[in-house]
Design a protein around this ligand. Structure first.
Ligand SMILES: *[C@@H]1O[C@H](CO)[C@@H](O)[C@H](O)[C@H]1NC(C)=O
Ligand SMILES: *[C@@H]1O[C@H](CO)[C@@H](O)[C@H](O)[C@H]1NC(C)=O
Ligand SMILES: *[C@@H]1O[C@H](CO)[C@@H](O)[C@H](O)[C@H]1NC(C)=O
Ligand SMILES: *[C@@H]1O[C@H](CO)[C@@H](O)[C@H](O)[C@H]1NC(C)=O
Ligand SMILES: *[C@@H]1O[C@H](CO)[C@@H](O)[C@H](O)[C@H]1NC(C)=O
Ligand SMILES: *[C@@H]1O[C@H](CO)[C@@H](O)[C@H](O)[C@H]1NC(C)=O
Ligand SMILES: *[C@@H]1O[C@H](CO)[C@@H](O)[C@H](O)[C@H]1NC(C)=O
Ligand SMILES: *[C@@H]1O[C@H](CO)[C@@H](O)[C@H](O)[C@H]1NC(C)=O
Length: 764
């Protein structure tokens, strides 16, 4: 019985021991070998610090340290529940990712990565936009637009996006009147085409409405004489391209080619100089305007500029669905055209609009064409205003067909050909070519501004324009007219007496007297015609004849003066007192002028008669046909005159040594002046008129001396000549016998006074 009790007792003891020992070790310790030792929780307790921390054992305890990138959860922190949580560096802003990179948090760390749509750039750590459009991501009929980090696809015009984001063609033809009523609409992939009915055209602008089109204005007018071959050629060219536009299925030239063709044609026309009359100019300008209407809408580029040898053009074209607005400015080197698109378009807009400015470098501004303005200004014609263009001629064309009266004026700025400011004697005006009247007209055009280099015009209609320079002549003053008239009348009377004297005075007959006679006759007729006919400009033919007659007789006067000089030279230098053959004298005195006048009249008949005077025109240096012979005569006679004076000086000093020097000087002077006025010396003053300054005095001297030339000849060669005076006296005595005594005594008392001078003079 003891044994079982003993066994139970040990068992109880051991159990008691165990119980005692386990109760006795504190927390963090463990019983070992009967005692309590520190327990290494980092080993004994699994995952005591969690995944993200390191465990450190201490005596009786332990602690946890979070790994880098982790943080202890403070709120919840107890030894038992300690946890290290990931730090979101991206949120905390601990580190800024550079450039386009994006911060991505990772467990325990972070990374700077490229966001979607970006790719790492090769050079640095930054990211760059990836152009997704490089790989065709959008499919057909759409265009890809790359954006920063992304892209989007837009359907091409004429296509629409479907639900599965592919693009489908729009059938534009389902929209009513898209092509207007004069065409068939044809849908095309992404587009549509208006196929015009016969006789209509949209000028190759497939999406524009068709407008009625006629090619009749390109019909060559073969029946009119003025239409030149070249112009007809141009018209034929335009007509064929017009016809090809009307027939939709005919292949045709592009607008650019056509423009070049047309300008090559106009170049030929202009260089030929065929445009001399209003009719041809009209046709030409009309053809250019119509060709621009034909070609303008066919040009592809928004602005086309074309320059050929003689023509410069700039054309602006708009093809928006809605009418364009804003201003349009076209310029060539010689003009600027400024208007608004509203004016260009006008009332109806077919789907295109264009404006064109064409300038012609060498449109012959024939004087005939310029004179046509005078009809509008009757006063100017009377005042003898002359006109000249001082700009290139330009044509402004717009697609609006109603350009006769624009709702708002257009602006044209011209560059002057000749730099010249307006002055008292000159005014600019803006003119246009009036196709109906065939004249340059100023109606509807205002000069807005003008300086020496430019004139700005504001016009309320469109056509071809230019800047006209009106040159106002210096008005003949009343005094000048009076002096001329009185002088001429006096001259005529004196010349009449001269003619009688030289013809009938027997004692002085000889070569010199016949030269004097013909000189007087020529001068008499010239003066008479001048007095009566110089201003008869109202009759063009009559005026031309007057000018021709004046030309002839004044030249004749100079030819006789030349003969005077020749005869004087023979007498003084060669000491011949021989006679010149009358036939030769007539050949020089009347034949030479006749030849000059005939040649002049054949080469340039229009040169006879001007708007102002019935005299030679200044055009084409025509006046030289008078001034050149005059110069030659005056120079030759000047030479003769100098020799004569020299001989006279010698003569007077040798002939009469006892004569008082005062008388010598007087006789010498009388003779010299007598020779001077018979040799044409008064015309020397005429040459001073060509100088710019000081012409006023010279003009008066010239006019007085020349209108009095007849009187001077009479005084010097009749009154102061002794034989002539004697004859006058005899004649006078015969007519009035009862006064014989008294007159004779006075006359004879003067005789000795003059005798020596008279002999001297009559000898030379
Ligand atoms: C706190 O600890 C408990 C138990 O471990 C856990 O369920 C809770 O989510 C913790 N709270 C926070 C804020 O982390
Ligand atoms: C972090 O970026 C580096 C290169 O910058 C890369 O090699 C690594 O894989 C990235 N890590 C993660 C987690 O994206
Ligand atoms: C998109 O839808 C149209 C019909 O709406 C279909 O014909 C076409 O095949 C589809 N395209 C794709 C790529 O699914
Ligand atoms: C008009 O359509 C025809 C034929 O489709 C084409 O050849 C031509 O280039 C088109 N013209 C324009 C201006 O789009
Ligand atoms: C143009 O087409 C019409 C009808 O489509 C045809 O009658 C005509 O002969 C064609 N013209 C040319 C030059 O092909
Ligand atoms: C127009 O003339 C120029 C030179 O004068 C020439 O080079 C060009 O080929 C001509 N163009 C046409 C279409 O005849
Ligand atoms: C065109 O005219 C408008 C209005 O008259 C003006 O404002 C503009 O400056 C002009 N343009 C040129 C280039 O002269
Ligand atoms: C003349 O006027 C034009 C335009 O009106 C201007 O461009 C130019 O500078 C002016 N010239 C002078 C010298 O004033």
């Amino acid at each position: 019985m003891v044994f079982p009790n003993m066994q139970l007792k040990w068992t109880l003891l051991l159990l008691g021991l165990f119980l005692v020992s386990s109760e006795s070790c504190e927390k963090g310790f463990e019983g070992k070998n009967g005692g309590c030792v520190d327990a290494d929780e980092c080993v004994t307790v699994p995952r005591v610090c969690g995944d993200n921390a390191r465990c450190f054992n201490t005596h009786g305890s332990y602690y946890c340290n979070c790994n880098e990138g982790f943080q202890a959860d403070k709120h919840n922190f107890t030894q038992e529940t300690a946890q290290c949580l990931d730090i979101n560096e991206c949120l905390k802003g601990i580190y800024e990712c550079p450039g386009n990179t994006e911060c991505v948090n990772t467990i325990g760390s972070y990374n700077c990565t490229c966001p979607e749509g970006y790719k790492p750039s090769r050079l640095d750590t930054d990211c760059e936009d990836e152009d997704e459009c490089l790989s065709s991501v959008c499919g057909v009929h759409s265009s890809c637009f790359n954006t920063a980090g992304s892209f989007h696809c837009n359907c091409s015009p004429g296509f629409v996006k479907r639900e599965n984001s592919t693009c489908a063609d729009i059938n534009e033809c389902t929209v009513q009147h898209v092509c207007g009523t004069n065409a068939q609409c044809q849908n095309e992939e992404g587009s549509y085409r208006c196929v015009c009915n016969q006789g209509y055209s949209n000028y190759g602008n497939n999406q524009s409405k068709c407008i009625e089109m006629s090619c009749d204005h390109f019909k060559a007018e073969s029946d009119t004489e003025s239409a030149s071959v070249k112009l007809n050629h141009l018209l034929a060219l335009l007509r064929s391209s017009c016809e090809s536009l009307r027939n939709a299925n005919v292949s045709r030239k592009t607008g650019e080619q056509l423009l070049e063709n047309v300008f090559n044609s106009t170049d030929e026309l202009l260089t030929e100089g065929t445009i001399a009359d209003g009719e041809t100019l009209n046709q030409f300008l009309d053809a250019v305007e119509n060709s621009m209407r034909l070609i303008g809408p066919q040009l592809k580029e928004p602005v086309t500029r074309m320059e050929t040898h003689n023509t410069v053009a700039e054309v602006a074209v708009m093809r928006n669905q809605t009418p364009p607005s804003g201003r349009v400015t076209l310029s060539t080197d010689s003009a600027l055209f400024n208007t608004s698109w509203e004016i260009v378009v006008g009332k109806s807009y077919p789907g295109f609009a264009f404006a064109a400015l064409v300038s012609y470098k060498d449109l012959t501004s024939s004087s005939d064409l310029l004179h046509t303005i005078s009809r509008e200004r009757p006063d100017d014609e009377e005042r003898g205003v002359s006109y000249q263009l001082n700009s290139k001629v330009v044509t402004a064309v717009v697609s609006n067909a109603e350009t006769k009266q624009l709702s708002e004026p257009v602006m044209l700025v011209f560059t002057h050909e000749e730099e010249r400011a307006e002055s008292e004697g000159m005014a600019y005006s803006c003119v246009y070519w009036d196709a109906d009247e065939r004249v340059w007209s100023g109606r509807g055009c205002k000069k807005a501004e003008s300086n020496s280099t430019h004139t700005a015009c504001s016009c309320s209609h469109l056509s071809s324009f230019a800047v006209l320079m009106a040159l106002y002549p210096l008005q003949d003053t009343f005094e000048l007219v009076l002096i001329t008239r009185v002088g001429l009348v006096l001259s005529l009377v004196c010349l009449f007496l001269c003619i009688l004297t030289f013809k009938f005075c027997r004692s002085i007959q000889g070569t010199r007297t016949s030269i004097h006679l013909h000189l007087s006759i020529s001068l008499f007729i010239a003066d008479l015609v001048f007095l009566c006919g110089i201003s008869s400009t109202h009759n063009q033919v009559g005026c031309g004849i007057v000018a021709g007659v004046l030309h002839f007789f004044f030249l004749s006067v100079f030819c006789w003066m030349l003969l005077e000089g020749l005869q004087l030279y023979r007498m003084v230098v060669m000491v011949f007192n021989t006679t010149l053959k009358h036939l030769y004298m007539y050949l020089v005195g009347y034949g030479a002028p006749l030849v000059i006048v005939i040649i002049s009249a054949i080469t340039f008949p229009a040169g006879y008669g001007t708007k102002r005077h019935c005299w030679l025109s200044l055009d084409r240096y025509f006046i030289l046909s008078f001034f050149a012979p005059v110069c030659i005569v005056v120079i030759l006679n000047g030479f003769v005159f100098i020799i004569t004076i020299w001989k006279l000086v010698k003569h007077f000093s040798s002939l009469n040594p006892d004569l008082s020097s005062l008388k010598q000087i007087r006789n010498f002077t009388v003779t010299a002046v007598a020779q001077l006025c018979i040799l044409g010396g008064t015309w020397i003053f005429g040459f001073f008129l060509f100088q710019e300054k000081g012409t006023e005095v010279m003009l008066y001297l010239f006019i007085i001396l020349n209108s009095l030339q007849g009187a001077l000849i009479f005084i010097m060669h009749c009154l102061l000549s002794k034989p002539v005076r004697t004859e006058y006296y005899n004649l006078f005595v015969r007519m009035c016998p009862h006064k014989k005594k008294a007159e004779h005594s006075t006359s004879s008392s003067q005789k000795p006074l003059r005798s020596d001078g008279s002999t001297a003079e009559s000898q030379i």
